[in-house]
Design a protein around this ligand. Structure first.
Ligand code: 3PG
Length: 213
């Protein structure tokens, strides 16, 4: 199942690293209020599944997915928590196959032509390009498209993307959305500064509207 239809309208997907699940609901409300309703909660902390579940149940305006899904166990934990989609930093055919059996929309990560080729063969249509800046940025995406455009592949660049460089990525028609942690800075979340996070989301959402109008 492809996730372009879920990610595309938002344009920018906050990548969330959350330590305390009790912050999930106010955080999601701040991001939705700022104009970014599609969220990726990464399985990099123990709080991830509880955070996804809380957002799913208490913030219906948000569409919450799971990120950094590295194992089949995490895939099922994300599904049980109510994740609407899963994202991985790399391509693992076993996880993709399991996601397909579980009817979980899944976005594998790629950084090279070989990985992209394998992900497409496994049925992916939208891939995370990770780590975007370190792996060659917009130039690399354009080079990959030179060879793979006919496949219809779409990209979600993530990793080193921020407000200063996101515009160049979103200008590429095959870039469906960009992900990034800059909208939810560690310090702001630790301090419970949801107003600051809402402002960062609003700035990002305004940029998407300007580029797409
Ligand atoms: C991810 O896993 O999506 C990235 O680590 C996010 O990268 P960033 O922190 O550079 O936005």
């Amino acid at each position: 199942m492809d996730i372009a239809g879920t990610l595309g309208p938002a344009g920018i997907i906050p990548v969330i690293v959350i330590e305390d699940a009790a912050q999930a609901v106010p955080l999601a409300r701040a991001l939705v209020a700022g104009g970014l309703p599609v969220l990726e909660v990464t399985f990099r902390t123990r709080a991830a599944a509880a955070a996804i579940s809380a957002i799913r149940h208490e913030v219906p305006e948000a569409t919450v997915g799971a990120g950094t899904v590295l194992t089949v166990d995490q895939l099922y934990s994300a599904k049980k928590a109510g994740a609407a989609f899963c994202v991985a930093p790399g391509f693992d055919p076993a996880i993709m196959e399991e996601a397909s059996s579980a009817l979980m929309p899944f976005c594998p990560g790629v950084a090279t032509a070989s990985e992209l080729s394998q992900a497409l063969s496994a049925g992916a249509k939208t891939v995370k390009f990770f780590p975007a800046e370190a792996a060659g940025g917009v130039k690399m995406i354009k080079n990959l498209l030179g060879a793979f455009r006919f496949t219809g592949v779409r990209f979600m660049p993530t990793g080193g993307v921020n407000l200063a460089n996101v515009e160049q990525y979103l200008a590429v028609p095959e870039v469906v959305a960009c992900g990034g942690t800059w909208i939810v800075p560690k310090d702001a979340l630790a301090a419970g500064d949801f107003a600051a996070i809402e402002k960062l989301a609003a700035d990002a959402a305004a940029l998407v509207r300007r580029i797409r109008s």
